[in-house]
Design a protein. Structure first.
Length: 132
């Protein structure tokens, strides 16, 4: 992935430019300081197709051996519903979110309560419960 091929505005809808928001995490220039920041950066990684970042930020105990993204899916909006703990001095956190997507003309929503842990100063996505 290279930054020139990415959107000007960050896909996580923070209102910042991609390069100064999630792009700096994707490029390894910084690490996400909170569970919510990691959630936003992972959503943006799905949006820009950065599978390497997704795998690197998945907890080793639950990380799949490989990940193949569906190129037909367009991630169009992220709504953070709630965050519990997950701050810079916590070791665990949860983030509830809705991720809106499109596949052709069909629209969908993925709602999840994600669990995160911080180890050695880095946040990792562990797993989540999908809300039906």
């Amino acid at each position: 992935m290279s930054l020139p091929d990415t959107p000007e505005n960050c896909p996580c809808l923070s209102g910042e430019r991609y390069v100064s928001c999630c792009g700096r995490y994707h490029e390894g220039e910084a690490v996400a300081p909170t569970a919510e920041a990691l959630m936003r950066s992972r959503y943006s990684a799905f949006a820009v197709g950065d599978t390497a970042y997704l795998l690197a930020t998945w907890h080793p105990g639950t990380r799949p051996s490989s990940l193949e993204l569906d190129a037909r899916v367009s991630w169009v909006r992220l709504d953070i519903l709630a965050a519990e703990a997950g701050g810079p001095f916590d070791t665990e956190g949860q983030v509830a979110f809705r991720a809106h997507y499109r596949v052709g003309a069909r629209r969908g929503v993925l709602e999840e309560l994600g669990r995160f842990v911080r180890q050695d100063g880095r946040w990792f996505y562990v797993d989540g419960d999908v809300v039906e």
